[in-house]
Design a protein around this ligand. Structure first.
Ligand SMILES: [Zn+2]
Length: 414
C-alpha cells in the first residue's frame, strides 16, 4: 500500500491506496509520499483518512506520531481517541491533558472539546462556566461545533445568563458554517420561537433540509408531527405516517408511539393491529408513557390482545413512573381508576388519591395539563374515553382538592 498526498498546499489531504489519481477532497493532483518524509501534519491527515475507514488502531498510532512531532491538530485528535476509546483504552484525564496542550498551541477546536469535558465532567470536575469560556474561544474562531454548543448554553441559560437572541444568532452561524446538528436546532428554534418569532413553515423547510442530508430521527419526528397536525405544512396523513416510520426506524420513541397509533387507527396507512402492537411495545420499552398507557388500556379491555388486568395495571404503573419530559396525565387517571375499582391491583382508595395527587403535582398548573391532554387526545387512540374516565373519577374521589382539579379538567371534555 502506498501513501499519496495532495499537492495543493491548503488541502494536504492524504490517502492510502494502490493508485490514487486525484484528491478526493479538492480533486487536485496526488503525489506519492514516503513515510520518512512525513511531518506531523501529514501523520494527522493519514490518521483522519484511516479513522474514516474505521481502522481505529492504525489511526490512533498515526495521531501519536503526529502528536510527537508537536502538531496541535494531531494532539487534539489523539485526545479524542482517548476520550471515546478509539483504537485505545478510554483515558479521560489523558484526553483533557492533550486538549489543554493542543489549545495552548493555539488550536481553537481543542477548546471546544475541552469545553465538552467541563460541561459533562469528563476527566475533570464539571464546571459549566469554564465550559462556556472554552466554547466562546472556539466560537470566536468560527468553529461550527463550538458555536452550536455555545448557542445551546445561551438558549437554556446553562453556565451563562440566558439570552435567546444570542442563541439564535450563534446557531445560525454554526449552521451556515456547515454543522448539520445546528441546522436541526435552528429548526427547533423557529418551531418554538427561541430568539426568533415562531415560524412553523420555516421550521418545516429546515427539517426537510436536514433529512435530505441525514436520517435524523428528531427532524423526521417534527416532519411527522407537522404533516399529521397540519402545523407548518398541509395536513397529509400519508406523509405523516411515512416520516414517523422513518423516525421510528431510526429509534425515536415518540415516533414509535405515533406510528403505532397510525397502524391502530388506519391513519395514513392500512389498519394493522400486529404492527401497532409491535411499535407500542417498542416505544413502551424505551419508556414512552403514551405507549405504556395505550398498552395498558388494550390489555384492560382485551382489544387486539388477550385481556390481562394485572399486565394492564403494570403498564399504567410504568407510564406513571416514566418521568419523561412531556409526561401526560392520562396514565395517572387510568391507574387511579384501577385502584378505585380493584382492576389488576388490590382495591385501595388511598392509593388512588395518591396517584392522582402525584399526577397533578408533576406539572405546575392545571391549565398546562389540560392543554397537554388535549393535544394528546387529538393525536391519541383513546379519543372520547378520557372525558368519561374523568367523570367517573369525580364520583369516586372524596378528597376536595383533587375533586376540584378533576372538575377543572372535565370542562375540557364536555
Ligand atoms: Zn486536495
Amino acid at each position: 500500500m502506498m501513501i499519496f498526498r495532495c499537492i495543493e498546499e491548503d488541502c494536504g489531504c492524504i490517502v492510502e491506496g494502490e493508485e490514487v489519481p486525484y484528491c478526493p477532497q479538492c480533486l487536485g493532483e496526488m503525489k506519492e509520499i514516503l513515510k520518512e518524509d512525513m511531518n506531523g501534519l501529514d501523520w494527522c491527515q493519514l490518521g483522519i483518512f484511516l479513522s474514516q475507514k474505521e481502522e481505529e488502531e492504525r489511526a490512533f498510532s498515526c495521531f501519536q506520531k503526529s502528536a510527537k512531532e508537536g502538531e496541535p491538530w494531531g494532539i487534539c485528535n489523539l485526545g479524542w481517541c482517548y476520550e471515546i476509546g478509539a483504537g485505545t483504552e478510554v483515558d479521560e484525564k489523558q484526553a483533557v491533558w492533550l486538549y489543554e496542550q493542543s489549545a495552548g498551541l493555539g488550536y481553537f477546536p481543542a477548546y471546544c472539546n475541552l469545553g465538552w469535558c467541563y460541561e459533562h465532567g469528563i476527566g475533570v470536575k464539571e464546571d459549566m462556566e469554564r465550559a462556556v469560556f472554552c466554547y466562546q474561544i472556539s466560537a470566536e474562531d468560527q468553529f461550527a461545533r463550538g458555536q452550536r454548543l455555545l448557542a445551546n448554553c445561551y438558549a437554556y441559560g446553562n453556565g451563562v445568563e440566558q439570552n435567546e437572541e444570542m442563541a439564535f444568532l450563534l446557531m445560525r452561524d454554526s449552521s451556515d458554517n456547515g454543522d448539520l446538528d445546528a441546522l436541526y436546532y435552528l429548526g427547533t428554534f423557529y418551531w418554538n420561537g427561541i430568539g426568533v418569532e415562531v415560524d412553523y413553515e420555516k421550521a418545516v423547510e429546515i427539517f426537510h433540509e436536514v433529512v435530505e442530508q441525514a436520517e435524523d430521527k428528531d427532524a423526521l419526528f417534527y416532519l411527522g408531527y407537522a404533516y399529521g397536525n397540519g402545523t407548518g405544512a398541509l395536513k397529509n396523513d400519508e406523509r405523516s405516517f411515512a416520516y414517523y416510520k422513518r423516525s421510528a426506524l431510526a429509534g425515536e420513541l415518540t415516533s414509535k408511539n405515533n406510528l403505532a397509533d397510525d397502524y391502530y387507527l388506519g391513519r395514513g396507512t392500512k389498519k394493522d393491529m400486529e404492527q401497532a402492537l409491535f411499535w407500542y411495545r417498542s416505544s413502551a420499552e424505551d419508556g414512552n408513557d403514551d405507549a405504556c398507557c395505550t398498552l395498558g388500556r388494550l390489555y384492560q379491555e382485551g382489544i387486539g390482545v388477550k385481556k390481562d388486568e394485572v399486565l394492564s395495571a403494570n403498564y399504567y404503573e410504568k407510564a406513571c413512573k416514566s418521568n419523561t419530559e412531556n409526561q401526560g396525565l392520562e396514565c395517572y387517571l387510568r391507574m387511579a381508576y384501577c385502584y378505585y375499582k380493584g382492576i389488576g391491583v388490590k382495591q385501595n382508595e388511598k392509593k388512588a388519591e395518591e396517584v392522582l395527587m402525584d399526577g397533578f403535582s408533576k406539572t405546575k398548573s392545571c391549565e398546562k395539563l389540560t392543554k397537554d391532554i388535549l393535544v394528546r387526545r387529538n393525536n391519541n387512540v383513546a379519543e372520547g374515553t378520557i372525558g368519561i374516565l374523568v367523570e367517573q373519577l369525580i364520583t369516586y374521589c372524596r378528597n376536595d382538592e383533587i375533586t376540584k382539579k378533576l372538575k377543572d379538567l372535565k370542562k375540557y371534555f364536555s
